[in-house]
Ligand binder design. Structure first.
Ligand code: T1G
Length: 682
């Protein structure tokens, strides 16, 4: 079936792109477009053309699935050049999303008309590349250099109304997109209006410099951001064909970079999260009211996440003081959003009308989903679930936000365990993308399907985990932190390990994170597990010593680092390094220097090893979920792809050898995972 449909509306050719689901600009689409434009050019009965997307969207981008192989001809720039050299006007009719190559194709046309609500953008930098079909050369000719730097370097998606204001589209219509596009095309018969013929408006050098600095900062100085700025600036000084050729070469070299491969891996891994939802024929339960039990930081954050997604929310806490603090936290959050211009007072008013709070349990009887977010103690949770069980309506789903406790044990004590599962949010819950959906032994498929749909509506990245200690993210993170503690007593210091990992791209090193979240949390965990800990296994006592010395992190002004009164800036504390030295001596270890490469390699191997364990224990169902978890919940650098991606690049033989060496370095208690399932799942 051709991906391009042609029909003639009297003297105007209508070219419809038909490549569901998103009309990706595949090789067949490009070939079909080129053939259509060539036919238009030679057909004397035809005076103009309209290009429009079939289905729900225009072309939402080139086909990323083609990017890991050499791109096939005709390349998109050639198609656009054919449109520009065609003697007849070509109008682009946009709806849904016109992104990447789709937007660039539109910029090659003589006019653009959009349906209200259409989204336009050049998101290439989020994939580690730059626009490769003229976006960096044509867009600045339309809207100037600064605005182009901002749009291209952030990959931002703008709505049709803003595109109209910027002069990117000439019309925005509410309905009848094709009819309006035909009128526009007929009004242009005998003319061409090529963006390539416009000179890029001159900008003040300081304006360009400030736009560039802002873009580099926001874009973490990534290579594709640097290159995008360079290309856009070329549009000021180079003839367009030279600028286009340089842009294409840069695009091609970035496309095959490991960073671009890693970002494509993340892109498709995130879309795999919802496959279970789209493939399962289990009907999700309709959710309209959510009850959140526990008005602490997590509970109020979860309430905000649900309010932001349009749900009616009731926040319940038995303790009046806790409830009023929680309500205040919600109100202050939204007030700050209004002050920051993120949302309007009218939107807040609408949103808070959906928000109620209470301390009496009867009010949760109308909730469709009840999320428990109370103190992390199993007895407290049993008590709360007893109340929830009593007041919740029969069809309601019950979820626990616990991080480590046994949800099967909680479910067992309820009337109907099939309606109990876990929804593990990450703090701050209204911001962090990651959410773990915990499938317990008796959890129904409907509950899981509902959880996935709920997560999607919250704009979250859901990964499904079995009910196993630490689920997925915290399990990998605990192994990572343990490996870093090993390296402390072998010879590294906190600042060296943190710097090595922050230079690799982590948002924060593990010891800075520990100080931020508080050393006492992990300490409490270790104490709770102490009785069951195998004494033969290697155990690093340094964190315990810090806690015993009252050094719990930022909240006590000292942890692994020192914090000046009221400041978050950390400084190295010689006392800590002496504590570490003496811990090494106490174990008879001769400290040695560890290279940055060794630090990073041991951390990555540890994460891959834990991912392989989670797969072979059936805690996680698809390995790439671990990559999504680490990027969206633990500050793992997105452009490094994640443990599964790194393993796939490394190959099984090299990985297994690395794990053997890691086991030697880690000592007793380290278990090498079987990596077969990991490589089978790639
Ligand atoms: N290529 C190939 N497949 C794509 C795709 C793409 N660009 N975009 C989406 N898909 C698949 C996706 O994997 C999923 O597949 C299905 O389509 C539905 O996607 C030359 C070089 C368009 C806003 O970055 O932002 O053009 O899982 O679940 O929520 O300069 O997809 O069903 O098998 O996301 O409705 C630039 C990326 C490319 C746009 C729709 N374009 N896509 O969201 O559906 S680079 C992009 C999106 C480029 C030029 C450069 C979203 C969407 P499956 P979905 P959605």
């Amino acid at each position: 079936m051709s991906k391009i449909k042609i029909h003639h509306d009297a003297d105007v050719m209508v070219i419809t792109v038909d490549n569901p689901p998103i009309n990706a600009g595949s090789t067949e689409v490009r070939q079909g477009l080129l053939d259509a434009i060539n036919a238009l050019d030679v057909d004397r009965k035809l005076t103009a053309a309209v290009i429009i997307g079939g289905g729900t969207t225009f072309i939402a981008g080139s086909d990323i699935k083609e990017f890991s192989q050499p791109l096939m001809e005709p390349h998109l720039p050639l198609v656009i050049a054919a449109i520009e050299s065609c003697s007849k006007p070509v109008v682009c009719a946009l709806h849904g999303a016109a992104l990447g190559g789709g937007f660039e194709l539109a910029l090659g046309c003589d006019a653009r008309i959009a349906l209200e609500g259409t989204v336009l953008g050049l998101p290439e930098v989020t994939l580690g590349i730059i626009p490769g079909a003229g976006g960096t050369q044509r867009l600045p000719r339309l809207i100037g250099v600064e605005k182009s730097i901002e749009l291209i370097c952030t990959g931002a998606r703008i709505k049709a109304d803003l595109a109209l204001q910027l002069g990117i589209v000439s019309q925005v219509v509410k309905t009848d997109l094709l009819a309006n596009a035909l009128v526009l095309a007929r009004s242009m018969i005998g003319t061409k209006n090529r963006i390539r013929d416009i000179a890029t408006p001159i900008s003040a050098p300081e304006a360009i410099a400030s736009a560039s600095q802002k873009a580099l900062k926001a874009g973490k100085n990534r290579p594709q951001v640097q290159k995008a700025i360079e290309m856009v600036c070329n549009s000021l000084v180079l003839p367009i064909d030279e600028g286009l050729s340089i842009e294409r070469n840069v695009f091609q070299s970035l496309r095959v970079s490991s960073e671009a491969k890693a970002l494509r891996h993340q892109f498709f891994s995130e879309r795999k999260l919802f496959k279970a939802l789209s493939e399962s024929d289990t009907k999700a339960i309709e959710l309209s009211q959510i009850a959140v039990i526990g008005a602490g930081t997590m509970g109020s954050g979860i309430a905000m996440a649900c309010l932001n997604a349009g749900y009616a929310v009731i926040l319940l806490d038995q303790h009046e003081a806790a409830l009023s603090n929680g309500v205040k936290r919600v109100e202050q959050y939204y007030e700050s959003r209004v002050q920051g211009g993120k949302i309007s007072p009218a939107q807040i008013c609408e949103l808070l009308q959906r928000f109620s709070h209470a301390s009496n349990w009867e009010l949760i009887a109308s909730a469709d989903l009840i999320i428990e977010a109370v103190f992390e103690d199993i007895e407290v949770k049993h008590e709360v679930f007893k109340k929830i069980d009593r007041y919740a309506k029969d069809g309601a789903l019950l979820a626990s936000n616990t991080s480590y406790l046994d949800i099967d044990a909680i479910a067992e004590k309820t009337k109907n365990p099939s309606r109990v599962f876990g929804l593990h949010f990450f703090s701050p819950a209204q911001i962090m993308k990651l959410i773990e959906i915990i499938r317990c032994k008796k959890t129904s498929p409907a509950a899981i399907a509902t959880g996935l749909g709920f997560a999607k509506r919250l704009g979250k990245m859901p990964i499904i985990s079995a009910n196993s200690f630490g689920f997925i993210g915290n399990r990998i993170y605990a192994a990572y932190r343990r490996q870093c503690e090993f390296m402390l007593e072998e010879g590294a210091y906190p600042e060296q390990i943190d710097k090595a990992l922050e230079d690799y791209g982590f948002a924060m090193g593990p010891f800075a994170v520990a100080d931020l979240s508080g050393l006492d949390i992990a300490w409490g965990m270790r104490k709770s597990l102490a009785a069951s800990r195998n004494p033969a296994h290697r155990y690093v006592g340094i964190p315990d010593s810090l806690c015993l010395a009252g050094r719990l992190g930022r909240k006590t002004g000292a942890g692994y680092y020192l914090y000046a009164e009221g400041s978050n800036s950390k400084s190295i504390d010689p006392i800590v390094n002496e504590m570490i030295d003496s811990a090494s001596r106490a174990k008879g270890l001769t400290r040695r220097s560890l290279s940055t490469d060794e630090i990073v390699e041991r951390v990555l191997l540890t994460m891959i090893n834990e991912t392989a364990h989670l797969l072979s224990e059936n805690v996680v169902t698809q390995a790439s979920d671990c990559d999504v978890a680490l990027v969206n919940g633990y500050g793992f650098p997105r452009w490094q792809g994640g443990p599964t991606f790194i393993a796939s690049e490394m190959g099984q033989e090299k990985l297994d050898q690395g794990l053997q060496e890691l086991a030697l370095a880690s000592g007793p208690g380290f278990v090498i995972a079987n990596t077969d399932m990991l490589f089978k799942s790639l």
